[in-house]
Design a protein around this ligand. Structure first.
Ligand code: HEC
Length: 116
């Protein structure tokens, strides 16, 4: 009985220690590869197979200068509402309909992980 109690305490502690809202980069990567990589490229370099047909082309999101300048809010806004919501091209369409809040957090975290 005691052992079970101890095991439960350890489990409860493990759950408590994990920040519940931490974005999950790997989950973000999975969604990104499904929805974004055709244009943005697997590593966000703007070299997906569809990128050549796009004017303007998507930028290199692994560029450290851009990563420093850009805010999480901007990445999230453009992803959720599309390019025009931030004065960018409508070829960057809105993905809000396909993504939950959590998905958006995860994708932002994945894009942030692309910095060189
Ligand atoms: C059909 C091609 C296409 C797909 C699919 C696409 N994008 Fe884009 N995206 C673009 C283009 C083109 C731009 C550049 C628009 C501009 O510079 O005016 C862009 C711009 C962006 C930007 C703004 C970058 C900047 O310069 O500030 C972000 C962030 C972004 N996309 C995220 C995403 C995410 C996340 C997904 C997947 C959920 C995605 N995009 C899917 C074409 C696409």
């Amino acid at each position: 009985m005691r052992l079970i109690f101890k095991a439960l305490c350890v489990a409860a502690l493990a759950v408590a220690v994990q920040p519940l809202s931490a974005a999950d980069i790997e989950a973000g990567e999975t969604k990104y590869k499904q929805l974004c990589a055709t244009c943005h490229g697997d590593d966000g370099r703007g070299d997906g197979p569809a990128a050549r047909a796009l004017r303007p082309a998507p930028r290199d999101m692994s560029d450290p200068e851009w990563q420093e300048e850009v805010t999480d809010e901007h990445i999230r806004l453009v992803t959720e509402k599309g390019g025009p919501a931030a004065g960018l091209a409508p070829t960057m369409t809105a993905f809000g309909h396909a993504l939950s809040d959590e998905d958006l957090d995860n994708i932002v975290a994945y894009i942030r992980s692309l910095a060189e």
